[in-house]
Design a protein around this ligand. Structure first.
Ligand SMILES: Cc1cc2nc3c(=O)[nH]c(=O)nc-3n(C[C@H](O)[C@H](O)[C@H](O)COP(=O)(O)OP(=O)(O)OC[C@H]3O[C@@H](n4cnc5c(N)ncnc54)[C@H](O)[C@@H]3O)c2cc1C
Length: 374
């Protein structure tokens, strides 16, 4: 009797774990190695936004929509993911931003994104907690939320049993065709290795990722914070008008008419994204730092700006900030990778490296894993 296909996954982040899910769906036997006692990279530091609204038309939107379907399906099976089809509101602070939202609402694929342009009263009808100042909003019903601190253990709990083994505290230090060795010296032989090392570009995957300007991936550092619970429910995820300057869906004629960002936002390349956690706390971010070496400390100016922006939209003080952190993700380098949405390459026979999904990695992870096995 032929034995089942064996897959070894390196990396316990969302990309590695979604590869474990998709491998098990095909009946493959999976061993997943993670160097830490529990994953603590980008996958647990993010907003948990399953974000369709800002995706570029074409393959990026299709990938995000397929992933959204997979998240919904998994969410129904695994309540611990905290999946909510909450939608999002992108809020215009003034007329030039509103003009971009109007253009977005008229896009040929606006119905796939489930866009609806709302005036301020319409925004408040959807999200009554928004009592502050804004000129209108773009509702995206396709956007969704998961709980990033719960997703990985919840998925592993779903997989646990015959055919899935989770090995934390194992750092892979050597790669050869169809096998890896971890730091304890143990070899893991298999039919396929899937390397999902996230932003660890200099570790064991480093020799496959050329350095400097020719590297297919680069790293980006973001600052985040989380507040104490807000008593009131914020029904959707929120984005401010600064997000129109960054997301490719909003690369529309009206973008050229946008006024300069506030100085603190421009300096930190900040946009406000706000998600209410299941416990009522608010996850607020983000900033973007591209030049390494990254700062080792947190910049308070950016936090002041984001806090003030959140309070302007809510029309009320936000609760006390309980936690601050920074996170680093791996993203494909636009100048090298062209239009690639993430990096996948067979680096040795039977060894595939998958990383670089950037700020869409939480969103797209199930669909990326599905594509690997397809
Ligand atoms: C602050 C922030 C906010 C974000 N918000 C969103 C969002 O709301 N929506 C969205 O779609 N995306 C978001 N992203 C992007 C998303 O989080 C990432 O793209 C995604 O989590 C990447 O997953 P990963 O599994 O590739 O990487 P990681 O989560 O970094 O996981 C990689 C894992 O591999 C392990 N590892 C590395 N080397 C080895 C080795 N040699 N041996 C064993 N283990 C190893 C690491 O310890 C790590 O646990 C955000 C990112 C950040 C930083």
């Amino acid at each position: 009797m032929a034995s089942a296909t064996q897959v070894v996954i390196v990396g316990g982040g969302v990309l590695g774990t979604m590869h474990a899910v998709m491998a098990r769906r095909r009946g493959f036997e999976v061993v997943q190695l993670e160097r830490e006692a529990e994953a603590r990279g980008a996958s647990v530091r993010n907003f948990g936004l399953v974000w369709v609204s800002g995706r570029k038309a074409g393959p990026e939107l299709s990938l995000a929509l397929r992933a959204r379907e997979l998240w919904a399906e998994l969410g129904a099976r695994v309540p611990g993911l905290g999946f909510r089809a909450a939608g999002s509101l992108t809020l215009a602070g003034e007329d030039a931003e509103l003009a971009v939202l109007k253009e977005a609402a008229a896009l040929p694929d606006a119905d796939r994104r489930e866009f609806e342009l709302l005036d301020p009263a319409g925004v408040r009808a959807v999200n009554p907690a928004l009592r502050g100042e804004f000129a209108g909003g773009l509702l995206c019903r396709a956007d969704a939320i998961v709980e990033p601190r719960q997703v990985l253990p919840a998925l592993r709990g779903y997989l646990v049993g015959d055919g899935y083994e989770w090995l934390p505290g194992r750092e892979v230090t050597e790669i050869v065709p169809n096998a890896v060795r971890d730091h304890t010296g143990a070899w893991h032989q298999c039919d396929l290795v899937v390397l999902c090392p996230g932003a660890a570009h200099t570790g064991v995957a480093g020799r496959y990722l050329a350095r400097g300007a020719s590297s297919p991936v680069r790293r980006v550092r973001l600052q985040m914070m989380q507040t104490a619970p807000l008593a009131e429910r914020i029904t959707t995820a929120l984005a401010d008008g600064d997000s129109l300057r960054y997301y490719p869906a909003y690369d529309l004629p009206g973008r050229a008419q946008l006024p300069p960002q506030a100085a603190a936002a421009e300096q930190a390349r900040a946009q406000l994204l706000l998600v209410q956690r299941a416990d009522g706390g608010l996850t607020i971010g983000d900033t973007h730092e591209y030049a390494e070496p990254f700062g080792f400390d947190l910049d308070e100016e950016a936090y002041d700006h984001l806090r003030a922006r959140a309070e302007t939209l809510l029309g009320a003080p936000i609760p006390r900030v309980r936690r601050r952190w920074a996170g680093v993700y791996s993203e494909v380098t636009p100048e090298v990778a062209g239009h690639a949405l993430y990096h996948r390459s067979e680096v040795e026979p039977g060894v595939v490296l998958v990383t670089g999904p950037g700020g869409r990695g939480m969103t797209c992870s199930p669909a990326i894993a599905e594509e690997t096995f397809r």
